[in-house]
Design a protein around this ligand. Structure first.
Ligand code: 13P
Length: 250
């Protein structure tokens, strides 16, 4: 049985005070959602310490949105995985399309970030997904395959057993446009096949989340698909009520 996961990527939104309120709201409302759903909130770095405190003991886990490629040292502006982990944070989003697109993240940098994440016991939520042009050209399978081969295939079987994948088609992020449940299932199943070609049966246990304008009104249909194990939620994660309602989609 794969884990059911609903993770909220807050991106660069909320002040620390607003973030703490949001986290408290999620923790409070969680009681009304099936215990079988694992909620993760991923606020900006500046909020992590306080959000860990207010979610402790509530069953809500906390993730960061990125980490540095290096362990420590003269890297102005960077935040090390060890610093994040020391706060009680358990997850880290790596390879989000916004980081690939706006900050030039490549498989080379992501391999280093993976090393740092695992060395500090952070579970990576590794994002893959194609652009609109790539989808139109029918290259979405190849794009996701390459993003997996170039990074995930370098993991040890033990590391792989902890990994979470998020499939996020760039054309559906923040656009209001969502992949259909069938499109999501098709590519999730393909991603699992690619993972299995390297890691065998262990791929049957890997949670693969869908991301891209996922909201209360479409979550249930998407989550009903066999290879969709939850969602990585952007905009709708900024309202506790909507975020929790997505969790009710299972
Ligand atoms: P939206 O839900 O706002 O489309 O964002 C998805 C996303 O990028 C989550 O990481």
């Amino acid at each position: 049985m794969r884990k059911k996961i609903v993770a909220g990527n807050w991106k660069m939104n909320t002040t620390p005070v607003e973030g703490v309120e949001l986290a408290k709201g999620v923790a409070e409302g969680k009681k009304e959602v099936c215990d079988c759903v694992n909620f993760i909130v991923c606020p900006p770095f500046t909020h992590l310490s306080e959000v860990v405190k207010v979610t402790r003991g509530t069953g809500i886990a906390v993730g960061a949105q990125d980490c540095a490629t290096e362990a420590k040292g003269a890297y102005t502006g960077e935040v090390a995985a060890s610093m994040i982990a020391s706060l009680g944070v358990e997850y880290v989003i790596l390879g989000h399309s916004e980081r690939r697109q706006y900050y030039g993240e490549t498989s080379e940098t992501l391999n280093k970030k993976m090393v740092q994440a695992y060395a500090n016991n952070l579970t990576p939520i590794y994002c893959v997904g194609e652009s609109l042009d790539e989808r139109k050209a029918g290259k979405h399978f190849d794009v996701c395959k390459a993003q997996i081969e170039e990074v995930v295939f370098n993991l040890t079987p033990e590391q792989f057993s902890k990994l979470i994948i998020a499939y996020e088609p760039v054309w559906a992020i923040g656009t209001g446009e969502t992949a259909t449940a069938e499109q999501a299932q098709e590519i999730h199943a393909y991603i699992r096949e690619v993972l299995a070609s390297k890691f065998g049966e262990a791929a049957a246990e890997t949670p693969i989340l869908y991301g891209g304008s996922c909201k209360p009104s479409n979550a249930a249909e998407i989550f009903a698909k066999e290879d969709v194990d939850g969602g990585l939620i952007g905009g709708a994660a900024l309202k506790a009520e909507d975020f929790l309602a997505i969790g009710k989609g299972f």
